[in-house]
Write a protein that binds this ligand. Structure first.
Ligand SMILES: [Zn+2]
Ligand SMILES: [Zn+2]
Length: 186
């Protein structure tokens, strides 16, 4: 549970939960290790509700509002940070008692992850700009200008832009400084 840039794995888990909320929360947790994948239906429902709250932090909303959302997440997650050196590892932060249940630990971890990410650079928590795609991400790119969840969405958005222009949105011969052509895929 290391906090590499922008909330590290904790923020990544928040992203994965938001993106998987409707699909399979248990599978996401299994992938992140440290959590059992045997969620009861009630626990899964609780985490889906939680994921909806995490999701709101990725909206392009005024910063004070996003800060309030994260503070509410921290308050409601009963986060109780402490330093652990278990298994001979270097000192690192844990956010909930190891004896706490899966839901409590996931809540504490993801709330802390988004809090760290928001404090480092709120612009790094983003949502795909392609209309119809709601996937969220932590932008860990060097320049921090990521706009899409995937190359696939970026390409589709650019192709749609070309179609709009080709359909005659503009007088012929006038070329706007639109987005570059998508790379030709194989
Ligand atoms: Zn640990
Ligand atoms: Zn997308």
């Amino acid at each position: 549970m290391h906090f590499n840039p922008y909330g590290g794995r904790a923020a990544e888990l928040a992203v994965a939960l938001v993106n998987a909320a409707a699909v399979d929360t248990a599978a996401v947790l299994a992938e992140y290790g440290a959590y059992g994948s045997d969620l009861t239906e009630r626990q899964a429902a609780e985490l889906r509700d939680w994921a909806r709250r995490l999701s709101a932090v990725f909206e392009d909303a005024p910063l004070p509002h996003r800060v309030d959302l994260v503070n509410a997440l921290l308050a409601d997650s009963a986060s109780r940070p402490y330093v652990s050196c278990h298994d001979g590892r270097a000192p690192h932060l844990h956010y909930a008692d190891e004896q706490a249940g899966t839901v409590a630990r996931v809540k504490a971890f993801t709330a802390a992850g988004l809090a760290v990410a928001l404090c480092e650079d709120p612009g790094r928590l983003g949502r795909c700009e392609r209309p119809g795609c709601a996937v969220v991400f932590v932008d860990t790119s060097r320049n921090g200008r990521r706009r899409f969840c995937s190359t696939r969405c970026a390409n589709r958005w650019h192709v749609a832009g070309h179609r709009r222009r080709a359909a005659g949105d503009r007088p012929s011969g006038v070329r706007g400084a639109g987005p570059p052509r998508p790379p030709r895929s194989t």
